[in-house]
Design a protein around this ligand. Structure first.
Ligand SMILES: [Zn+2]
Length: 367
């Protein structure tokens, strides 16, 4: 199959392709169906899990898609392509492969970054019994980020306020760090981490505990889009450069591996990331985990597209704007295009790297 054919236009299509490929590839499948939320076309939403290899394998390679909803168009295609193109079948006998498809299926289907409760799942893995991280600087710009209207009189002053804030605080990098770092004070805001574990969080933890029980070594690749040069996949580690997990990631995947904690990554430090919980759930296993972050379009465009989508649900739909309106459809098209590039060269590039990283993970796990 030509690589671009692994990519889909909707969540439902992506899910069907993934399940068909997994069945044809001999996977053991399980589906964690969302108990209440439905998809954009009224369809069932689920986290689907395809396992290849022994249940008691010592080595486990986990690939995750859709942590950020519609970023899953890329991750899902990589997973389905891994099955279809023989990457899963190329695993050594002592390695099991676990593909976790659409860990945030609501966001995938509705073309949103967030879950059904407006939570950024990659900021939601917190100990909610303890005080949550504070992001006081976010409070300075929340009102401008989520103005009363998007195409009316409130918009221009909001843009002026944001531009003035960026000028006074170090430009787009500082802006990115403040808005994308995560916040816990504004439930209708940008990059909101939640007040409790979301359904996707609880589901992911249960999957990791159940499938990781026997593993001594676990490699994790969580596929994202939206940061960095077009088509390039930045392998980013969430642990500091002096940690063993970082050193292993470098040894397995090369010197391109960055840490989000020392300024070498396109991603700022983030609170409560999903892959951070793997080590907590599997304390006896050696964990080597990265996010694989594929570039799409300019950072400013990515942030504006997500901001528009946040505005649509926080302000627009609640004040009578229809999802069928021109404005709503423009916002949805923009956020879709900002997180997945509809071009064959991009699709071939991202899949080739995912395949290469999988083979390197096999070598690392068994080396
Ligand atoms: Zn992401």
């Amino acid at each position: 199959m030509a690589i671009p054919e692994y990519f889909s236009k909707t969540y439902a299509e992506a899910r069907r392709k993934f399940l068909d490929a997994a069945r044809a590839g001999g996977a053991v499948l399980e589906s964690h169906v969302h108990p209440s939320a439905r998809g954009a076309e009224g369809e069932e939403l689920a986290v689907d899990v395809a396992r290849f290899g022994d249940r008691d394998a010592e080595n486990l390679f986990v690939v995750i898609s859709g942590t950020h909803g519609n970023e899953g168009f890329c991750g899902s295609a990589c997973q389905t392509g891994m099955i279809g193109e023989g990457v899963v079948a190329a695993r050594p006998q002592t390695v099991a492969v676990l593909l976790i498809h659409a860990v945030n299926p609501y966001g995938f289907s509705h073309i949103r970054r967030v879950t059904e409760d407006n939570v950024d799942l990659n900021r939601n893995f917190q100990d909610f019994s303890r005080p949550l991280p504070e992001n006081a600087r976010y409070a300075e710009i929340h009102d401008a980020l989520v103005p009363a209207d998007w195409d009316g009189p409130a918009r221009a002053p909001a843009e002026e306020a944001l531009a003035a804030w960026r000028d006074a605080n170090g430009g787009i990098k500082a802006y990115q760090a403040v808005v994308a770092g995560g916040q816990y004070a504004f439930p209708d805001g940008f990059f909101f981490g939640g007040r409790r574990p979301t359904w996707s969080n609880a589901t992911f933890r249960a999957i990791i505990e159940s499938h990781g029980r026997a593993a001594k070594r676990v490699a994790v690749v969580d596929i994202h889009t939206g940061l960095g040069p077009r088509g390039y996949g930045e392998p980013l580690s969430l642990v500091p450069p002096d940690a063993l997990g970082f050193k292993r990631a470098r040894a397995w995947w090369g010197d391109e591996v960055t840490s989000i904690l020392d300024g070498t990554s396109k991603s700022p430090p983030v609170a409560g990331p999903l892959i951070g919980c793997v080590g907590e759930r599997l304390p006896d296993a050696e964990i080597t985990a990265i996010g694989l972050e594929y570039g799409t379009v300019e950072l400013s465009e990515v942030l504006e597209a997500i901001r528009g989508d946040n505005w649509l649900y926080a302000r627009g739909l609640g004040s009578g704007l229809s999802m069928e309106s021109r404005l709503a459809r423009d916002i949805k098209a923009r956020v879709r295009d900002a997180l997945a590039v509809d071009a064959d060269d991009w699709k071939e590039q991202v899949f080739a790297r995912a395949a290469d990283f999988s083979l390197k993970a096999y070598r690392g796990l068994t080396g």
